[in-house]
Design a binder for this molecule. Structure first.
Ligand SMILES: [Zn+2]
Length: 427
């Protein structure tokens, strides 16, 4: 028993140290690479991107990377604090002492954990919004709106999260050896429900959605969707500018309930033809079934996760190896959930590049589809505008991209697009 405990402690520590070393190494590569190319716009963009925009992107990338270093160090310290240094164990003991051994105690443990984590992250999150994003002109939110958002998100999180947590804890205690299978089924059902109600019930709590009024754009977009064989329940404009100058467009919902949402910031920046090209890219994700593939792989991964948790929760070395002596008289389900959520990311970090690679492949496929349906030049200028507006650097470190980027860099995307064979458009 103690042997396994020691093995887990060693394995966890080694994975944490190794992942931190890799993260710091990658970030320092990214910082050096971007700084080195700051004084010159890459030749391919010499005529499209100004020196000022290029340097703003470099400075923004550097500022984010440096903040990321602090975030990483803080995250590792907090993780160690909760686990091997005894934070979770102490919190658990205090609550058992105070509330006894029951469901209330377990829910209180989950609630207190989330709350403490949020408080620790607060200063960095504030700094990111009101210092970093503000400095580069992206922040549009006010301290008041920021606070209201936080309160709304917390209330919503508690209203949805606590009953869900209670139900999962109940399943862990009451449904026997295969509780993890029931919990997984329930969790999947909940996620599907969330996909359905998020666009209509939750998103409107934070933003206003107005039907797209621009008639010519509407006609254009509708024609594009018909051409691609899609129907949508509506085209909406979201007041993204309320919080941030970053622009975006997305497609949500299932089946016939799909809706297209454009950020007002996107419509302000792109021409109608460019909006069309961006939407065609999103449709490309659907045509290639990326969305379904993503959902199915998420289901499969979480089944693996629940099965693993089902096994680990039964092992006393799982607790002691991570610095938390299990309760002898009470249920350890909440402890098992928390430890699992804390520790898994340390190990899954090492397979993250596989998913990033897959995601970048999907982006190339969606680009190719958009080029087929609209035009390469519209998509290129739209992407360049978006990269420029979001101050995304044109010169990221290639290795950093391989590891982290879910979207390929602008140069790679444009190069790939221009190498696509010209297509004959059917009207
Ligand atoms: Zn995409």
């Amino acid at each position: 028993m103690t042997d396994f405990s020691f093995v887990l402690t060693s394995l966890f520590t080694a994975a944490l140290v190794l992942s931190l070393l890799i993260k710091f190494w990658l970030s320092s590569r990214q910082i050096r690479h971007v700084a080195r190319h700051r004084s010159q716009v890459p030749a391919a963009f010499a005529h499209t991107i100004s020196m000022a925009a290029h340097q703003k992107a470099a400075d923004y990338t550097l500022a984010k990377a440096r903040l990321g270093l602090i975030d990483m160090a803080l995250g590792a310290a907090v993780l160690l604090g909760w686990t091997l240094l005894g934070g979770l164990s102490a919190l658990n003991e205090v609550l058992v002492h105070w509330l006894g051994n029951n469901m209330t105690q377990q829910l209180a443990l989950l609630g207190a954990f989330v709350l403490i984590g949020a408080v620790i992250e607060l200063p960095l999150s504030w700094y990111q919004t009101f210092v970093l994003e503000e400095h580069f002109g992206f922040n549009k939110t006010t301290p008041k709106l920021w606070l209201i958002d936080m309160v709304k998100a917390s209330v919503l999180g508690a209203a949805i999260g606590l009953p869900i947590a209670a139900l999962i804890l109940w399943m862990m205690a009451a449904t026997g050896h295969f509780w993890w299978l029931w919990a997984w089924l329930f969790w999947m059902g909940f996620n599907l429900l969330l996909l359905v109600i998020y666009p209509t019930l939750i998103a409107p709590l934070f933003n206003k959605f107005k039907p797209l009024e621009d008639e010519s754009l509407k006609a254009r977009v509708t024609a594009l969707m018909q051409r691609c064989g899609f129907s949508a329940k509506g085209l909406f404009v979201m007041d993204g500018s309320k919080r941030s100058a970053h622009a975006n467009a997305y497609f949500t919902g299932f089946g016939a309930a799909k809706r297209v949402v454009f950020y007002d910031t996107l419509l302000a920046k792109l021409s109608a033809a460019e909006v069309d090209a961006v939407l065609a890219h999103e449709l490309g994700h659907f045509k290639h079934k990326h969305v379904i593939k993503r959902i199915v792989s998420m289901f499969a991964m979480s089944l693996l996760g629940f099965a693993l948790l089902g096994f680990l929760a039964q092992q006393s070395w799982f607790y002691t190896g991570l610095g938390v002596p299990p309760n002898l008289l009470a249920a350890n389900d909440a402890l098992a959930l928390l430890l699992f959520m804390l520790v898994m990311p340390v190990f899954s970090f090492f397979i993250a590049p596989v998913f990033a690679q897959l995601s970048r492949t999907h982006e190339f496929q969606a680009d190719a589809y958009a080029v087929q349906q609209t035009s390469a030049s519209d998509l290129s200028t739209a992407l360049l505008k978006l990269y420029e507006d979001n101050a995304s650097t044109l010169t990221p470190d290639p290795l950093y991209v391989r590891f982290y980027y879910s979207h390929p860099g602008a140069s790679e995307r444009l190069a790939r697009m221009s190498s696509l064979p010209p297509t004959e458009k059917v009207i």
